[in-house]
Write a protein that binds this ligand. Structure first.
Ligand code: PLP
Length: 392
C-alpha cells in the first residue's frame, strides 16, 4: 500500500519545493471584515463576500426561519421531490432581477458551468474560451467533448480568427469580471463577434453580479446588454449574494434544455430550501442597498490611488478585486505571511490558478470596510514589500 502511493508523495514534495503547496487556514468566526485565525483577530482582505451579506442579520434570520419551516435537507434532486416553493420563487425573482425569461438554480457555480456546456455542445461543435477563464469554464469546455479553443485574454481579433475556421454549433464563453485579475471582459465586442459568426455567447458573472450596475445586475447591466446580446448568463450566489449556490438565466428554450439534459442539474441533490430563502432576503438587499456598491467603488479608488503612490504593481482593474503582481511564488507567500503577522489576511494566488510567473496578492474589498482599513492595509503593504526588497 505504501509503495502504491510513492509517486503521489514525490509529487507533493515537488509542489512544496516550487512554492506551490496549498494549505487551509482554520477560521473560527463568521465571515466579515474581521476573522478569527489561530486565536487572533485579523483584518480580512480576501473574501468574495463583496457586499458584506454573508452574515447580515436579515439573511441569517431568513435562513433560520426557513429551517424551522422546511427543515435542513432538500431530500432529493429538483426533478424528484427536492424542488420547493422557495426554490421556485427564488428562480422567478432571479429571472426578474436579470431581465430574463427564466432562471434555473444549480447547487454550485462549478456544476452550473459543467452542466451548461455539456448540455449544449456535442463532439461536432466548437467552444471558444478566454485564456483567463475560471477553471470551471475551462473544465466545462473540455468535458463537453467539443473542439476546444482558447483565445488571448480579451483579444477579439484572435477569437474571430478561431471562429472563422470552426464548424458545428459555436459557443463563446467568458468570465464577466475576471476572478483573479478584476478586469472586465469586452462584452459588447464579444456579443458582436457572436452575432457575426452565428455563435452563442455565455458569460459567467460570478464577480460582477451584485457589485456592478445601478441595481447590482452585474457587468451586463454596466454595459446595458440584454438576453438577445448575451443569451446565456451564469451567476453564483456564494459571492456578492453572500449565500451559496448558482443560477443560469436565459430563454425558455435554454432553461428547458438544461432541465432535460444538464447532468449536473439532474443528478444532484437540490440546495437546501433554507439557502434559497436566505438568498431571497439577500437579493432584496442587493437591489435596495446601492450604498454597498458606492462604498466599494470609493474604497477601491482610495486603494488604487494609494497603491500606485507606493509604487505597487496593480492590474488594470476598477472592480473590488485588486491584485498586486509579485511574480515569484515563494516571494508572494513570504509577503502574505508578513501581512498576516501584521494582522492582515491577503491571499497569495499562484499557478495554476494564474499563469506561470504571475503569482500575486489578491486584495478584495467589502462594503463593510472603512477608509481607515484601506489606509492601514496600504501601510502594511508598504512595509511588507519594502521589507522583502531590503531583505534580498
Ligand atoms: C467562484 C466561481 C465559480 C464557482 O462557483 P461556486 O458556486 O463557488 O462553485 C465559477 N466561476 C467563477 C468565475 C467563479 O469565480
Amino acid at each position: 500500500m505504501t509503495l502504491a502511493f510513492t509517486p503521489l508523495a514525490t509529487d507533493l514534495e515537488s509542489l512544496a519545493s516550487k512554492g506551490l503547496y496549498r494549505t487551509r487556514r482554520v477560521i473560527n468566526s463568521p465571515q466579515g471584515i474581521y476573522l478569527q485565525v489561530d486565536g487572533r483577530t485579523v483584518l480580512n482582505f480576501c473574501s468574495n463576500d463583496y457586499l458584506g451579506l454573508a452574515n447580515h442579520p436579515a439573511v441569517v434570520s431568513a435562513f433560520k426561519s426557513a429551517v424551522d419551516q422546511y427543515g435542513v435537507g432538500s431530500g432529493s434532486a429538483h426533478l424528484i421531490c427536492g424542488h420547493s416553493a422557495t426554490h421556485h420563487a427564488l428562480e422567478q425573482e432571479l429571472a426578474e432581477f436579470t431581465g430574463r425569461d427564466r432562471a434555473l438554480l444549480f447547487s454550485t457555480g462549478y456544476m452550473a458551468n459543467l452542466g451548461v456546456m455539456s448540455a449544449l455542445l456535442a463532439r461536432k461543435d466548437a467552444v471558444f474560451e478566454d485564456k483567463l477563464n475560471h477553471a470551471s469554464l475551462l473544465d466545462g469546455g473540455l468535458m463537453s467533448g467539443a473542439s476546444f479553443k482558447r483565445y488571448r485574454h480579451g483579444d477579439i481579433e484572435h477569437l474571430n480568427s478561431h471562429l472563422k475556421k470552426a464548424s458545428g454549433q459555436k459557443l463563446i464563453v467568458s468570465d464577466g469580471v475576471f476572478s483573479m485579475d478584476g478586469d472586465f471582459a469586452p462584452l459588447p465586442a464579444l456579443s458582436i463577434a457572436a452575432k457575426d459568426h452565428n455563435a452563442w455567447l455565455m458569460v459567467d458573472d460570478a464577480h460582477g453580479l451584485g457589485v456592478l450596475g445601478a441595481q447590482g445586475g452585474g457587468l451586463l447591466d454596466y454595459y446595458n446588454l440584454n438576453q438577445a446580446d448575451v443569451p446565456i448568463l451564469m451567476g453564483t450566489l456564494g459571492k456578492g449574494f453572500g449565500t451559496f449556490g448558482a443560477f443560469v438565466a436565459g430563454s425558455e428554450t435554454l432553461i428547458e434544455t438544461l432541465i432535460q439534459k444538464s447532468r449536473t442539474y439532474i443528478y444532484t441533490t437540490a440546495l437546501p430550501a433554507a439557502v434559497a430563502e436566505a438568498t431571497r432576503a439577500s437579493l432584496k438587499l442587493v437591489i435596495a442597498e446601492s450604498w454597498r456598491r458606492d462604498k466599494l467603488k470609493q474604497l477601491t479608488e482610495r486603494f488604487s490611488v494609494g497603491a500606485r503612490q507606493l509604487g505597487l504593481q496593480l492590474m488594470n482593474s476598477t472592480s473590488p478585486i485588486q491584485p498586486i503582481v509579485i511574480g515569484e511564488n515563494q516571494q508572494v507567500i513570504n509577503i502574505s505571511q508578513t501581512l498576516l503577522d501584521a494582522g492582515f489576511l491577503v491571499s497569495a494566488i499562484r499557478p495554476p490558478t494564474v499563469p506561470q510567473g504571475s503569482a500575486r496578492l489578491r486584495v478584495t474589498f467589502s462594503a463593510l470596510h472603512e477608509e481607515a482599513h484601506v489606509d492601514s492595509l496600504l501601510d502594511a503593504l508598504d512595509k511588507a514589500v519594502t521589507n522583502l526588497n531590503s531583505g534580498r
